[in-house]
Design a protein around this ligand. Sequence first.
Ligand code: ADP
Ligand code: MG
Length: 388
Amino acid sequence: MSGQDVVSEASDGFAARYGHPADGVWSAPGRVNLIGEHTDYNDGFVFPFAIDRRTAVALGARGDSVLRVASTFSDESIEIAIDALAPDAVSGWSAYPLGVAWALGEFGADLSGVTGVDLFVASDVPIGAGLSSSAAIESAVALALDEHWGLGLDRPTLAKVGQLAENRAVGAPTGIMDQSASLLGRQDAGVFLDCRSLDAEVIPLGFDADGLALMVIDTKVEHSHATGGYAARRASCEAGAAAMGVGSLRDLGVDDLERAASVLDDETFRRVRHVVTENARVLDTVRTLREVGPTGIGPLLDASHVSMRDDFEISVPELDLAVETAQAHGAIGARMTGGGFGGAAIALVTDALVPVIERVVRTAFDERGYGEPVIFTVRASQGATRER
Ligand code: ADP
Ligand code: MG
């Protein structure tokens, strides 16, 4: 489905559900993280981009002060009075859109005078595939409500609104990367984000101009250890920072690794080395894009994968196979992306190689007896926007 299809689906779905046309439609994309993994909660650098898979939300004004949400995702419509909004008052999938409405108030928006709205959501961002359908719905709803209610919050603030909704209303301890990519992304550009200062810079990727495609190879391996593994990695990073006498691993550079090797136990050292070198790789990626162009970033993507596999130990055999097969058949670079323990790998390839790599990866998975991967390409796309 293309972006325009989900806009029509939201608009048509709104009319069918509520019996009158919507007043406007907004949309926001999912994201892929090009490089910078497990650096966000260490105050470090990430470099995601917004993709050409979007969530659209159609909005219609109401005369009262009720919010009502519905989605193609579910048959139910959920309602709440605006003055009853609270993190504990919303649940299920509606915690995302209604949590955003609550969180707008936490960032200074005055919700006492606004009137209610009906929302209808449609999306072609795959859910739970690591492309952040959660940030897409949060960002689409945040922009829609901000513009409809005339709240005047800027996009970096709307990203914080989405994060707060996810942290408090949904209860997922996630960083701000996904919402920043979804709100700040641009066509054929990435969002270089400093997770300490929250400064964000849009950096041209030049993939389109150079005839490059970014393939996503979703292994469909479930993140069975994901929650526990994620918590354990965070704890190792905190322990490493404390033992090194710094507030966060962001404060360490590659020059500090020799001392880290003598201070830390082997496992903690390797966790720390991943984060420190990954931060350096993000900075190198941005520099290389500016000075050389996208064909120069391959070794950085490859090194990021090795670091996640060997030092951070969050890869799985399916991800390694996807990465190695893509690399062996001419990918410019490849790495696992996302939190790890399953999920997807990405490969930067020339457009002509896409079908070749798709075929060899499928064959390799089949030969090993792994489940069928889902393989598609993404293009770096415009962030959240009003569509109609
Ligand atoms: P992802 O990796 O896709 O972000 P999450 O578990 O973080 O996975 O978020 C997925 C959840 O977000 C869904 O289970 C649902 O509750 C909510 N969600 C995402 N997209 C939609 C949608 N189009 N309509 C309703 N809920 C959605
Ligand atoms: Mg998510």
